[in-house]
Write a protein that binds this ligand. Structure first.
Ligand SMILES: [Zn+2]
Length: 321
């Protein structure tokens, strides 16, 4: 028997069954607030890496003309950090803050750069984008100001500038990456705010699911790499607990492909890890609202996910030689 869907309060913008018009999107935007500053939290930490890494501005986001721009607007440099590695080494991409509200993704990418990246720069070319969605970081949001989810916007039809500028930059490097690890969280606010808002925006009925207590991964169903996921999970398990499946053997409504892992068609649905043909991809999902995990542990779990994946790839390459 399937678990009945959890109750979800209808979202209080729009009319049930009708997708939002521009007026309703503006109503949503008017409710947002800046809670923190990208220029204060993220940019100084990237600046401090310039002695060891190349920092590349791959674009800018201009949100100075949006409604309530005095409090909600902003102009953001989009920054990537690249190791000064030999050009014949395989490229590994790490992204954080594609969903800006998922704090440990941003902090995990920065902490990895500050503490671990130097130990891998002789094995891989590392390209780390710590905060793909700075406006979402500041307003603790899943969407950009146009009520668009960047992490459904990496496909050919995607319109979120956060996604398309990054994709253009990565494609323009002309290197097919070996791997891409994208750092995310699954939070209680997914059920209380973001999923009800999504259903309201699209004029459909929301069915919430159980938010898993613990860490899990999303692999790509079109190019699954179960051993790569296993290596990441084994590394993260030393820092925080891995989520168990729910009573139906699922995580967020999807059957497990192995413990702690589900698969999505990442390219088809425009996820960040679907932007290249990298043979090894993984999306991390940390649970920051767990009574069993501190914010510091969540950040360390993201770092452990990256190093677990890199150690696996390094071993694979040394065996092949
Ligand atoms: Zn996310």
């Amino acid at each position: 028997m399937n678990t009945p869907p959890l109750d979800s309060k209808p979202y209080d913008i729009g009319t049930a069954g009708s997708p939002w018009s521009d007026a309703e999107k503006s109503q949503w935007l008017a409710r947002q607030k800046k809670h923190r500053l990208h220029a204060q939290d993220v940019l100084p930490r990237i600046d401090a890496l310039r002695d060891r890494f190349d920092v590349i501005e791959y674009g800018q986001l201009d949100y100075l003309e949006i409604a309530n721009a005095a409090t909600l607007g902003g102009h953001y440099p989009l920054l990537a950090v690249r190791s000064r590695s030999a050009s014949q080494l395989p490229l590994v991409i790490v992204t954080g803050g594609v969903h800006g509200y998922e704090t440990s993704g941003v902090l995990g990418a920065l902490t990895f750069l500050e503490t671990e990246a130097q130990f891998y720069a002789d094995h891989f070319q590392l390209l780390v984008i710590p905060c793909v969605s700075p406006w979402g970081y500041e307003t603790i949001n899943r969407w950009n100001p146009n009520a668009i989810d960047p992490n459904r916007s990496f496909g050919a039809k995607g319109v979120a500038a956060e996604a398309q500028l990054l994709k253009k930059f990565v494609t323009g490097l002309g290197i097919e990456p070996l791997a891409h690890i994208d750092l995310h969280e699954t939070t209680d606010t997914d059920n209380s705010e973001f999923r009800p808002a999504l259903a309201a925006r699209d004029g459909v009925t929301n069915k919430n699911w159980n938010i898993p207590d613990g860490f899990y991964l999303v692999d790509c169903s079109a190019r699954p790499q179960p051993d790569f996921q296993r290596a990441i999970l084994d590394s993260v398990a030393q820092v925080t607990h891995i989520a168990d499946a729910d009573a139906d053997g699922k995580l967020i409504g999807t059957p497990l492909s192995q413990p702690g892992t589900i698969e999505y068609p990442t390219q088809k649905i425009g996820l960040c890890t679907g932007m290249t043909k990298a043979p090894y991809t993984s999306t991390t999902e940390v649970y920051p609202d767990s009574p069993k995990a501190t914010p510091a542990q969540c950040t360390q779990a993201q770092v452990a996910a990256i190093t677990g994946g890199l150690n696996y790839l390094r071993n694979l390459r040394s065996q092949a030689r």
